[in-house]
Design a protein around this ligand. Structure first.
Ligand SMILES: NC(=O)c1ccc[n+]([C@@H]2O[C@H](COP(=O)([O-])OP(=O)(O)OC[C@H]3O[C@@H](n4cnc5c(N)ncnc54)[C@H](OP(=O)(O)O)[C@@H]3O)[C@@H](O)[C@H]2O)c1
Length: 345
């Protein structure tokens, strides 16, 4: 990609890192940085911190990589601590609905200008953070791979790709450090196309969550794929109207994907074989949130499409319906056919 910038050579951490929201993403990325010699502070909830205190932090990946940090070596906090050495970088790893609150907590504890990199899905978290905590410097980032908590204190990267972030002078010294940690990081002059490219794929998350099916079974359900394709088509129309060309995140260009999704199973399984190389039990994290009764990120995903469409004088009724379906207190699971009917498809 034209806007990629490569970094200098020395892998000297510019200072400590704070992981705000020690969950799947925060523990995986923080765990890798820790192994590369970075001082990492993990701020998280009791459930995760307790597991880390009992089991330490184990980080694995699909290439067979494995590292373990003993519990005694971890710096774990239930709230943003007053640190003697100010962090050189904060990684914001909470779900989108928790951004504003986490941002306010960061602003109350950190010097003005501290760099905060949002490693969240959606396209607006850095802006939400900036309006809740304008004293801090906010940068958008993107995590392309899936990370799952396989057991207490064990976080696993199940797919591949390079982290992406908005270019900023303060991030460049981190490039060799991330590289040394086994975390490829690419800086982009404009991250929006990358964020939207990822969001187009994340539009399957609410479909998966509502279907009640594991990811692979859901992708093998043509009705579910038709819903996913319809959501993508609304997003693609809004993006075109906004003059944003989404980055290609899979083997297929974004505008070809809806056509492929709508194919009958016998053809889809041939054309999109790579998409189906998923563990039989894997689910989207939105499905997990739904199962645990936690708020989902549907507004940051489908809601973002609705807002982009509206800003350009368009409608995105199916994305709007998905927001509605998932925003009630106890969303009802819907099979592919019922979901199609609910979206008038
Ligand atoms: N997991 C993946 O594969 C993946 C991949 C790419 C991108 N992402 C994105 O990355 C972001 C994080 O996802 P995740 O899967 O890592 O979520 P997660 O496992 O739920 O981790 C977030 C953790 O932060 C905690 N938290 C929330 N507010 C906090 C606060 N103010 N102080 C301390 N801890 C706080 C949460 O607790 P509560 O549950 O109590 O809120 C939760 O334990 C999301 O935007 C997600 O879409 C995830």
């Amino acid at each position: 990609m034209k806007s990629e910038i490569t970094g200098p050579v020395a892998a000297v951490p510019p200072g400590p890192v704070v992981v705000m929201g020690a969950g799947s993403v925060g523990c995986y990325i923080g765990g890798r940085l820790l192994q590369a010699g970075v001082q990492v502070h993990f701020v998280g909830r009791m459930r995760v911190l307790q597991a880390l205190r009992e089991h330490g932090l184990t980080v694995t990946d699909l290439e067979g990589g494995r590292s373990h940090a003993e519990a005694a070596s971890l710096q774990l906090h239930e709230a943003m601590p007053a640190l003697t050495e100010a962090p050189a970088l904060v990684l914001l790893c909470v779900k989108s609905g928790a951004t504003a609150q986490a941002a306010a907590q960061l602003a109350a504890a950190l010097p003005a200008g501290t760099l905060v990199l949002s490693l969240q899905n959606g396209v607006a978290n850095a802006e939400v953070g900036a309006s809740a905590a304008p004293s801090l410097t906010w940068l958008a980032g993107m995590v392309p791979y899936n990370i799952a908590e396989l057991g207490p204190g064990h976080f696993h990267r199940g797919t591949t790709g390079a982290l992406a972030a908005q270019d900023h002078a303060g991030l460049r010294p981190w490039l060799p450090v991330f590289e040394a940690a086994g975390l490829r990081l690419k800086l982009h002059a404009d991250l929006r196309p990358v964020q939207w490219g990822k969001l187009l794929l994340n539009l399957n998350n609410p479909v998966n969550a509502l279907s009640g099916l594991p990811l692979r079974a859901q992708l093998l359900d043509r009705d579910c794929r038709r819903v996913f394709a319809a959501l993508q088509l609304e997003a693609l129309a809004a993006l075109q109207a906004a003059g944003i060309t989404p980055a290609q995140m899979t083997a297929l260009p974004p505008d070809r994907l809806p056509l492929v999704l709508k194919m009958p199973n016998w053809l889809f399984t041939r054309v999109a074989a790579r998409m189906l190389r998923i563990d039989d039990k894997a689910r989207s994290s939105m499905a997990d949130d739904l199962a645990r009764g936690r708020p989902t990120e549907v507004d940051a995903i489908c809601g973002a499409v609705v807002r982009l469409a509206q800003a350009r004088g368009l409608q995105a009724p199916r994305c709007r319906k998905m927001v509605e379906l998932l925003s009630v207190a106890r969303p009802v699971p819907l099979g592919g056919r019922a979901l199609r009917r609910a979206l008038s498809l």
